[in-house]
Design a protein. Sequence first.
Lengths: 293, 339
Amino acid sequence: MEVFDKIVFGDNQFFGINHMSQEKAQQLAEQFYDINNIYSVYESAFKAGVNGIMLNSNERAIDICNHFRSNPDKYGHINWYPSIPYPHKYVNLIAEKGVLPAINSILFKENSAKGILGMMAQGGAAIITKDVISMMKMLVDMEMKMFKGLNVKVVFLQNIVTDLILGFGIKEIFQEYCKHIKKKYNATPGLITQNMPELRSKLIEWGIEEVVICSSFNKIGYLMSPDLQSYIDAAKANDSSKYQLWAMSTLASGAIPPKEAYGFINNQNIQTVVFGASSSKHIEQTVSLIDLK
Amino acid sequence: MIKVGIIGAGRMGITHYSIINSNPNIEIVAVADPSALTTVILEKYLKILTFKDYKKMLQKVKLDALLVCTPPFLNVEILEEAAKLGLHVFCEKPFTLKPNDAKMLADLFESKNLVNQIGYVNRFNDVFIKVKELIDANVIGKLIRFKTEMYSRTITQPDDGAGWRSTHANGGGALYEMGTHSIDLINYILGKPDKVTGSVLTNVYSKHVEDIVSTTLVYDNGLAGTLYVNWSDDSYRKPTNKIEFFGEEGKILADQHGFKIYLKKENKELSYRVGWNTFYITDIFKTVPFYVRGNEFTSQLYHFVDSIEKNKKSTMCSFRDGYNTLSIVEDIFNDSNKK
């Protein structure tokens, strides 16, 4: 399968996300309230040699995509690794309206199609069964709109979705997602997970190959289920021509000092590191420490 | 193998399905939900038995345990039926709307020795567990004051007054939905308060229910604290619980992600210094076998399975605990109605 950037610049820091501390998350949200501060951090990353961006499809990502799209001479070389969907949009809608009306309102609003409730009224449950897959594709396409025209290499499904479906164990949804990403976006399907060993072994069992698996991977086993050792073993056993393993949360939200963190990561069978940082000093330091085999 | 049925395949039902399905000692055999989306998918791809009416499911399928993820106003009937059939039950919070019903159900399940658990997930958060340990060990001395708060951006626009969550009769409003989490957390750490006073419920966007709750919780021994719950606070990306304890020897501030402890004197045993000591979830987390929505969601369901297997009499969050929370809820409603 295709080989990608060894270092990819992530986005959590821009959107007030910090798994360790809500206070830090708030500070970051303040720092990046002005979108120009986001762009200047990206510039520092490019200066440090980063050429890949992972970006979640939230509302602010629309402006970020527009910014980079509007200057193809300067930014055309950048590889894009979108992650979809923006989960909180759905979580809040679902909390307010329920699962079905939430999906309906999203599809209806953005596609001016009949939406899922219309489909139900027309053909009842039978239609839904047939169209669960096309409904999923519609949702993917909607989230992907903002990335149009950018050089998209891998399209990642967010861990909340991946792990939910993994828990159910529905092979067909993964199969169809992967097919759709390859066919429609000419890109490699990616799955973000907090259960990497389990996901990898299921994909092998189901015969779904050429997938990028992105997961937390750090020395202290933070956000790594079932445990650190299973991750190390799964990575060791992995054939990177079938599954590329990407590591995120390598610093465990700052709990591990960078030197120590990458001393560990550099010795694992990992193909790419996704990291986020909010100052040029930290970006340069991290880039200099990452030295994958 | 424990045979599990699920009633209600909304957001929580779906999440719990995905998590508990990873436990090697259980088998999900049937799901009941009136809406077609999830049940049709389950039937088609996983060959799970599905029912529109939960009564049919309980009649036709032999189960050992039940996950009840329906709106609370439906639960009394469901849970009575489950007890009759001798099923162990995990029920989503707030469990019922009236404390009388909750007490009746707690009595019923206890008398039949059935495992009963409520989904107050904060009891399984590693930070809050640690804070309870510290309070129990008297690390900040005699407690004098506390705060319990919950914030989210659940309702941030005027609502149309439709939907199952928009009336108290259906279990809607910030007090049933979120306040119960804040109350339960205090019940868990300090025990049930003796008195409620100064309650104010305020509508901001909702038509028929409160969006903000404030009250004071008082214990007979003089300990007192405030509860503040706001589900219309746009500044919070995720639902957040905060607690604070002030004692004679120091204080503790905590949320789901970490805690700070301020001490007047060094604690050698715990290696806490004088002044502030900060700990993050990354310092104290325990990994879980399968992760969907946070470690605590997995821990609580594995605890349920474990309790069934070991025939434990009580769980970390029992129907009795659910009753205690609902009786405070009722006190707050009554107190706020006093002129």
